[in-house]
Design a protein around this ligand. Sequence first.
Ligand code: PGA
Length: 258
Amino acid sequence: MRIPILAANWKMNLSRREAKNLVEDLLKVAFPVQQREVVICPSFHLLSEVGSLLEGKANYGLGAQNVYWKESGAFTGEVSPTMLRDCGCSHVIIGHSERRGYFHETDKDCFAKVEAALQHNLVPILCVGESLEQREAGKTKEVVLGQLQGALKGQSVSSGDKLVIAYEPIWAIGTGKTDTPEGAESTIAVLRQELGNLFGERIAQQVRLLYGGSVNAGNVDALMAQPNIDGALVGGASLKAESFARIVNYQTQASLAN
Ligand code: PGA
């Protein structure tokens, strides 16, 4: 069984005080959590502090939003996997479309980052997704499969639960437009099939595949009802304790029936 992951991508937001208040408020309403994992991904300057607040909180993890693949040295402005481990990180987002778009990250960079993360026991949350133009040209699957292969083909993955993929259509990020649950499911199912080609069926069935792009308290239940959607990567709605707590406590078909 794949344990769902609800991940908060805070992007370049929040002061130390705001982050502390947010985590404390969130833990009041969304802790303890069972049968799900929550990963908070703050900006670098908040990692240690948020890590301390999450210490000992079962099923809560700490993620960075980026990593460099070198161990140490003269790479001004970069942060290594060892440094992330040192701050208490368990996860790291790799290849977010904002990094690919604004900072020109390539699939080759993503490959090196995923490899470094895996070697340092950090779970990569690899993001893939198509632009509106690519979608309208009917190229969604081709684009996301290319990104998946570019970052993963040739990696050595011993266990699928050490790898997370987030499908985030670029046109849905921060726009209030979401893919339909069926549309997201269909793209994510294709990604899982490709993971099977790359790493074998056992591993493909273990990998958690998330949907991201304007996930909120109102649409999370329908997205999570899809068989291949194992969680969400949430930007805007993760900046408010109330909305993110509702996402963490999403309702399953079984809980809705009770
Ligand atoms: P959003 O961002 O939820 O604000 O659309 C998601 C993301 O970029 O990871």
